[in-house]
Design a protein around this ligand. Structure first.
Ligand code: FPP
Length: 253
């Protein structure tokens, strides 16, 4: 059975990080790279490279806005349907990004994790991902999770398979299965659920991102294309979140 890991607490108050009313965990669907490049008459990969350069600014914007966890959707289980040129260009970009940014992320106190299914990724990329997770494993300033070959349905299917294996081997009593059980098998089992999910580029859909985890998240669909998204806009969205009345299905008393 999956080790019963403590979920990080739910308190958001921290003296040096925000005022405690902002989102603790923000997840981002970084959409619009292709259109951004097209508008400039450039190939789609040009937009992905510009998108990758945005990531650092948003990671740096987390502490001043009280955001401890940032999860970004870099490549979905459906993105393999894109042209071979785009897919292999993206894979090379991920390798390059990790190689180039590893030291800076480690030194900035960022803990990096990857979620998604690694089976289709090449060995070199997996090695770089493992190494980045390892060298940042002692960090706690910002927890950056990169979803790579990630799909919410795929994640739930993989989790269910492992849960079923534990039932079959007698490690898990099916009578004890409740809604606290499945999350322990998800890729995100050490992360709190996202409070806020942002999608850039004007599309209002969740595209298979964190399906289980975002059951009660607030959503912001904004028109900005990802390569134009700034720390300022990130700050405005996290501040706006602080004005929301989240009831989790209950009523205000
Ligand atoms: C969606 O835009 C974006 C992606 C499928 C790739 C996301 C990747 C990055 C932002 C860069 C790399 C990230 C890291 C962590 C290094 P789209 O191509 O669907 O845009 P479109 O809707 O305008 O076509």
């Amino acid at each position: 059975m999956v080790a019963a890991l403590e979920k990080p607490g739910t308190s958001n108050a921290s003296p040096e990080q925000g005022d405690g009313t902002g989102p603790r965990h923000v997840a981002v669907i970084m959409d619009g790279n292709g259109r951004w490049a097209q508008m400039r008459g450039r190939p789609r990969l040009f937009g992905h490279h510009a998108g990758a350069r945005r990531v650092r600014e948003i990671v740096e914007a987390c502490p001043p806005n009280g955001v401890k966890y940032l999860t970004i959707f870099a490549f979905s289980t459906e993105n393999w349907k894109r042209t071979q040129v785009e897919v292999s260009g993206l894979m090379k970009l991920f390798q390059r990004y990790i190689t180039k940014e590893a030291r800076a992320l480690a030194d900035a106190g960022v803990r990096v994790r990857f979620i998604g299914d690694r089976v289709r990724l090449n060995n070199k990329l997996i090695e770089l991902m493992d190494n980045l997770e390892l060298i940042t494993s002692g960090n706690d300033k910002v927890h950056l999770t990169i979803a790579l070959n990630y799909g919410g349905r795929d994640e739930v299917a993989r989790a269910t398979k492992r849960l079923a294996q534990d039932v079959a081997s007698g490690k898990l009593d099916p009578e004890t299965v409740d809604e606290e059980t499945l999350p322990k098998y998800l890729d995100t089992y050490v992360l709190p659920d996202p409070d806020l999910v942002i999608r850039t580029s004007g599309e209002a859909r969740i595209s298979n991102f964190l399906l289980w985890q975002s059951a009660y998240s607030e959503y912001e669909f904004i028109d900005t294309l990802w390569p134009d998204f700034t720390a300022q806009e990130f700050g405005e969205l996290t501040a706006k979140y602080g004005t929301k009345d989240r009831r989790f299905g209950g009523v205000k008393v």
